[in-house]
Structure formats: C-alpha cells, structure tokens
Design a protein around this ligand. Sequence first.
Ligand SMILES: Nc1ncnc2c1ncn2[C@@H]1O[C@H](COP(=O)(O)OP(=O)(O)OP(=O)(O)O)[C@@H](O)[C@H]1O
Ligand SMILES: [Mg+2]
Length: 266
Amino acid sequence: MTALLEVEDVTMEFGGLRALSEVTFAIDKGEIFGLIGPNGAGKTTLFNSITGVYPPTRGRIVFAGRPITGLRPDRIVQLGICRTFQQIRLFPFMTALENVMVGVDARHRTSVPGALLHLPRFKREEAEGEARALELLHYVGIGRFANELAANLSYGDQRRLEIARALGTGPSLLLLDEPAAGMNPAEKNALRDLIRKIRDSGITVLLIEHDMRVVMGLSDRVAVLDHGVLIAEGRPESVQRDPKVIQAYLGTGAAGDGEAATGEAG
Ligand SMILES: Nc1ncnc2c1ncn2[C@@H]1O[C@H](COP(=O)(O)OP(=O)(O)OP(=O)(O)O)[C@@H](O)[C@H]1O
Ligand SMILES: [Mg+2]
C-alpha cells in the first residue's frame, strides 16, 4: 500500500486554544478512512488544515508525495483534494445542475478573456462541463432533479448534491464532513452504497461521521480524535473496543449509541 495522504505532527492553535495537537496518521490509496471523536475534538479543523482553509500552526501535510502545507485552497483542489461541508453550502437559488457546474468549472477553466469573448473553446468547454455535471447528478442518484433549485431538494438530496459538486473537481481524495447528518435510515443506507461506489471508482475517502453504524460499517480503518489528540487508530472492531475510545465517549451521551448526536450545531 502507498500512502496518499500523510499528516505529520499537525498542531493547530486558535489563540490559546489548541484544536489539534501533534496529529500524525496516513491514509492509503483506495481506503475509506473514518475520523471520529466527540464534539469539538478537532475533526473539522483537521479538514480545514488539509484543504488549506487554516494552514496548521506546526506540522506537515503531504499529498501524493508532495508537501501541500500552506498551499492555497484552490491549488489544493487542483491537486486533487476536495470536500463537502458539515453545514451544507450550496447555492440555494441555483439549480442542482448549476451547482455541480461550479465544481466542474473550478477544475477546467478557460482564461477569463477566453470566456468573455465566448471563444469556441469556451463554448465547447461549457457544453462539456454541463454534460459532465448531469452525469454526476445521475451518478449520485439525483439526475431527475437537475433543473430543480437546490433549495427545493430534500435534506438528504442536498447532501448528495454537495458530493456531486465535490466530485466535479475530479478529486483523488474526497473528504466528507458528516455526510449522514440529518438523514433518515433509508437515506443513510443509500449514502453508504454511494460512498462505496465512489471508493470502488478509485477515489480515496476520508470520512468524518458521528453515526457509528455508518462509519464502522464503511471504514477500512478509523482514527479517533479527542480534545485535538489522536487517541486511537486501527480496524473498526479494535477501535470500538479500545478503552481510551470508550472513555472519550463516556459522558457525551454517545457511548454505545448507534445514533450518536449528529453534531449539526457544532
Ligand atoms: N476558526 C476558529 N477559531 C477559533 N476556534 C476554532 C475555530 N475553528 C474551530 N475552533 C475550535 O476548535 C475546536 C475543534 O473544533 P472542530 O469544529 O474542529 O471540532 P469537531 O470535531 O469538528 O466537532 P463537531 O463534531 O461538533 O463538528 C473547538 O473548540 C472549536 O471551537
Ligand atoms: Mg465538525
């Protein structure tokens, strides 16, 4: 196995608050890697560090053998890492199709003068982008809503739309921040199938998820953050039995509960 993403001694401080403390782990190519931990453990902060939103205070992040620490978010997308957000971030008054085209455009963009002059190349790229976006909507199972405004989609379908938009950038690593939050059991099952399908297509997945059934059922390996410290890492079965992990979840109301708090407010 080759590591696709290496997180080395990453520390993130916000003023006096240490949100991540010397976090080290590596994700292999082709894995579904779960990241869990109580509310406020630093999971989203780790995504923000990997994607360049907040460069870490200390430490190093290496993607496909190349250091990416401190690169701009758009550059990191171009290199092949994309994400969805814990709080859905769609353009509510654009159609589903248009929302995905934004992701496709982030990757394939003709120069601004080319676009302004409507050069043939730009028109061709636009048509290709639209076809690709429609294909992605079908891929995530919401092709029939292509011309529906994003705001009119159900919550579960909006989460799928976010995934389609992220896939539009052509990632090799997809970061999902609580994709099952707010979904009903049927939607969660469909989401599991979708995430497996994405992995089987060759995309490596890093998954933050509070729903233990979803994350333990899907992940090849799981890492556990608690107060910014990586306290366990390994196969789901062994992580679930780890006394440190059980202790971290005690008192959060989430221990042994398959439907742990979704953390939507966090
Ligand atoms: N931009 C910021 N400025 C200051 N503090 C922040 C910032 N972002 C996150 N934090 C703090 O860092 C800690 C970790 O937050 P983070 O959102 O990463 O947790 P999380 O594990 O994703 O939690 P949840 O499960 O609730 O989503 C929290 O104490 C949070 O308040
Ligand atoms: Mg979070």
